[in-house]
Design a protein around this ligand. Structure first.
Ligand SMILES: [Fe+2]
Ligand SMILES: [Fe+2]
Length: 156
């Protein structure tokens, strides 16, 4: 598997969670569970993706700007996640903020899949793309298990 497929697989998990979460209401168990899972998926993914997709691209002329842009969006998502965490789940503000987050996530995943992956394929060899996928997946597995402690500076 190449890094692009490994990432796409997790993007689809995020999309699915976003779609389900948007349809929940109040402070139901379902909303709580889906939110915790989405938060975990987004945080662990951003970390592993920065390490095994963006980091090596920061040093290239071709993709330095894209890599910075992508990581800046991770930061913006992080701020919305923090805001949601500090907001009462049954308030209208929570759902409004969730919608902002979902929009941002959707836009970001599209940038990555339609633009960044296409450009990165010219920079990463097939072999590199395979080995990045292996490292990415191992990190995802490990950090999912140890979340939220696995995320630097984060606690539930
Ligand atoms: Fe990303
Ligand atoms: Fe991503």
């Amino acid at each position: 598997m190449k890094i692009y497929e490994a990432i796409k697989k997790d993007h689809d998990i995020q999309r699915d969670l976003c779609n389900k979460l948007i349809d929940t209401s109040g402070d139901s168990e379902e909303r709580k569970e889906l939110w915790t899972t989405l938060k975990k998926e987004l945080e662990v993914h951003a970390l592993a993706e920065e390490r095994y997709f963006y980091s090596p691209l920061i040093d290239t002329d071709e993709m330095q700007e894209d890599a910075r842009h992508g990581m800046a969006e991770h930061h913006e998502m992080d701020e919305l996640i923090e805001e949601l965490t500090g907001t009462d789940m049954s308030s209208p503000h929570w759902l409004a903020t969730l919608k902002k987050l979902v929009e941002k996530v959707e836009h970001h995943l599209e940038d990555e899949e339609e633009d960044f992956f296409v450009k990165a394929k010219d920079l990463y060899s097939e072999k590199e793309a395979d080995s990045l996928a292996t490292s990415y997946e191992a990190t995802m597995d490990e950090y999912r298990k140890t979340w939220p402690e696995s995320i630097p500076g984060k606690s539930e």
